[in-house]
Design a binder for this molecule. Sequence first.
Ligand code: HEM
Length: 217
Amino acid sequence: MTSAEAKSENAATSLITAVMLLSVGYAILRYHIAGPVPWKDFSFFILNKGICLGAFILLTLNFAFGPLNNLGVTVPPGWLNARKAMGMSGFLLVLIHVLMSLMLFNPAIYGKFFEPNGSLTLLAGLSMLAGVLAFVVLWGYNLSFQTHLREDKAFIQFITSRKFLLVAMTLGGAHLFFMGYKGWLNPSGWHGGLPPVSLVAFVFFATGYAVNVLGRK
Ligand code: HEM
């Protein structure tokens, strides 16, 4: 492949399509086919799970491709060139997740997040705080490439630094950990033996975090 060909190659469409099909497919398999959730809940409750899983995977891959390359794993040029589109799609999908979650957020749907008196449990409060902070950090990250801030080299160096990305990823990981760890520790309760969406996402988080610690300069 010539260097001009490598520069123009971009696998964004196929990567984003594959990640979203697998994520929504996994949510359908776990909650509708292996689990008890009725199909009428697909269009909002279950699709939200598929969307946030896909978003989480796209963002983790976006942050991990560069460091993986530094570690000597050959990441195809088309995948490296796909990072911008993956980051932007991941952010917009998270925005959809936030809007959907806020509409669904009540004790009838998320019983485990609420005390009997209707207030949030400690774990739900911590999970939602981390989710809101992760969302705002991600928003700031995307904004900095779309505005005049991108000309500020020191700022871009900071926002793409190892420290900043590790903090951003940790907020996403904390959102998942506090909401899910009790269920992760009870595999006998997993529908069809399939791990919860939050645990699948957490495995991507932990792997992406390790790759960034080791491979990001
Ligand atoms: C304002 C910010 C946010 C709010 C209010 C929020 C709300 C929620 C809620 C209510 C759930 C439970 C969904 C369910 O079990 O059906 C959830 C799960 C999840 N969220 Fe968020 N979230 C926010 C930000 C984020 C961000 C920034 C990310 C990714 C970077 C994210 C990724 C996920 C993932 C992967 C799950 C696991 C889904 C599951 O286990 O079912 N969320 N979020």
